[in-house]
Design a protein around this ligand. Structure first.
Ligand SMILES: Nc1ncnc2c1ncn2[C@@H]1O[C@H](COP(=O)(O)OP(=O)(O)O)[C@@H](O)[C@H]1O
Ligand SMILES: [Mg+2]
Length: 197
C-alpha cells in the first residue's frame, strides 16, 4: 500500500482469509541518506552510522506497544496483532477495493464534525500519556465515517524531554489543517480542548 522512508506497508491475507496490514521496517535502509550526503567524503567523519538491526526491531516493538497503549486509552487505531523482528501485523483499515484514504486525500463533507472526532482522539492519546509526535492529516485515515490514528512508532511518553515541544507541533498541524477548512480553531483553543478535564 505504501513505500515510506523507514517502512513499507502491505495489504496481506491471513490463513483464515482475513485482511491484515503489515508494516515492515526496512533493514537495509539508508535512513540517514540525506545527512550522509554531507558527511561522506568529509575527512572529519570516517563512517556514517546506519541504524542497526536491534534498533530497527526495537522500533517495531515500540510502534506495537504504542498502539496497544493508545487503544487501551480509547484512541481509534488499527488494532495491533503481532510483532516479530521488523514486522508489525495490525488491523487492515479499508475494504477489498481500497485502503482507507487519509484526511488529506478526500473532501470532507462536514469538517467541523471530523474535527470533533479528531479532538476526541487527541484527548484519548493524552489520556494514554503519550505524544503522537507526527500528527497531521497524513496520519489520520477516514473510514466508515470515523477517524483512525496511524503511524505511532515515534510517539513518546509525556516525560520525554521533547514531549511538550512535539505536542505543540502536533496541535499546530491539526489546527492549521482544520482552519483551512474553515473550522473555528486556533492552536490555543485546540490545546485547551485536549487538556480540559
Ligand atoms: N492499518 C492500516 N490499514 C490501511 N492502510 C494503512 C494502515 N497502516 C498504514 N496504512 C497506509 O500506509 C501508509 C504508510 O503508513 P504509516 O504508518 O503512516 O508509515 P510511514 O511512516 O511510512 O508514513 C499510510 O499513510 C496509509 O496509507
Ligand atoms: Mg505516515
Amino acid at each position: 500500500m505504501s513505500t515510506g522512508k523507514e517502512a513499507n506497508v502491505f495489504h496481506a491475507t491471513d490463513a483464515g482469509g482475513h485482511a491484515k496490514a503489515l508494516k515492515i521496517y526496512r533493514i537495509n535502509t539508508a535512513t540517514f541518506r540525506n545527512i550522509a550526503l554531507y558527511i561522506e567524503g568529509d575527512p572529519r567523519f570516517k563512517r556514517v552510522k546506519r541504524a542497526t538491526k536491534p534498533t530497527i526491531f526495537a522500533w517495531a516493538q515500540k510502534e506495537y506497544k504504542n498502539l496497544v497503549r493508545m487503544e487501551d486509552a480509547g484512541v481509534r487505531v488499527p488494532t495491533p496483532e503481532r510483532v516479530l523482528d521488523n514486522v508489525l501485523v495490525m488491523e487492515y483499515v479499508g475494504d477489498e477495493t481500497m485502503p482507507a484514504p487519509s484526511l488529506r486525500e478526500i473532501a470532507l463533507e462536514s469538517p467541523a464534525a471530523v474535527y470533533q472526532d479528531v479532538v476526541a482522539n487527541l484527548r484519548a492519546i493524552r489520556k494514554s500519556r503519550l505524544v503522537h509526535a507526527d500528527m497531521s492529516e497524513y496520519n489520520l485515515l477516514w473510514w466508515q465515517d470515523r477517524v483512525v490514528v496511524i503511524d505511532v512508532g515515534q510517539a513518546v511518553p509525556l516525560d520525554h524531554p521533547h514531549a511538550e515541544e512535539w505536542f505543540r507541533r502536533d496541535v499546530g498541524n491539526i489546527a492549521r489543517f482544520f482552519k483551512r477548512l474553515r473550522v473555528d480553531v486556533t492552536p490555543a483553543s485546540l490545546e485547551q480542548a485536549i487538556l480540559r478535564d
